[in-house]
Design a protein around this ligand. Structure first.
Ligand code: 523
Length: 134
């Protein structure tokens, strides 16, 4: 399969912290932390795909905001983008992830330095840190 987009959510709580999710698979990514999301399906907008993925993965309804600027080439024809979001209903739950964690700027930076962030997601760290330090 080729072509398409993966969309991930930078979910912020009212206290300003960011939600990270710990991947369960594949083995090379298991245990590392990411912005939750998944593949955009044919006919979906980015926003629709993000709402669906976060409902499926975390059991929350989100309101989608502004995109992060960085995009990531996962492989030829498959790019990944991230969109800011806020939870409007539900409490995040692990259905596909090993664990969830709300982080502030210092925690995110420390996790990045320890190599605990999914490598592809590191492209967003500068923008995420800027958001968290606002
Ligand atoms: N990433 C990634 N970071 C990130 C996400 C949500 C996804 O690097 N924050 C990559 C990992 C996979 C691809 O994007 O190479 C698809 O992510 P996945 O598996 O979380 O999305 P699904 O569940 O839509 O895709 P399939 O498991 O392939 O159906």
């Amino acid at each position: 399969m080729s072509g398409g987009t993966v969309v991930a959510g930078a979910i912020y709580a009212d206290d300003g912290r960011l939600l990270l999710a710990q991947r369960a698979y594949p083995p090379e990514l298991a245990g590392l932390w990411e912005l939750p999301g998944g593949k955009v399906e044919p006919g979906e907008t980015l926003d629709q795909a993000l709402v669906r993925e976060l409902c499926e993965e975390l059991n929350v309804d989100v309101r989608v905001g502004v995109r992060l600027e960085a995009s990531v080439r996962l492989k030829p024809g498959l790019d990944m983008v991230a969109v800011r979001a806020r939870i409007v209903a539900g409490i995040p739950d692990t259905t596909e992830h090993l664990d969830l964690r709300w982080v502030d700027a210092d925690m995110l930076n420390a996790m990045d330095l320890r190599g605990e962030i999914v490598p592809n997601d590191r492209a967003w760290i500068p923008e995420l840190l800027a958001d968290l330090r606002e």
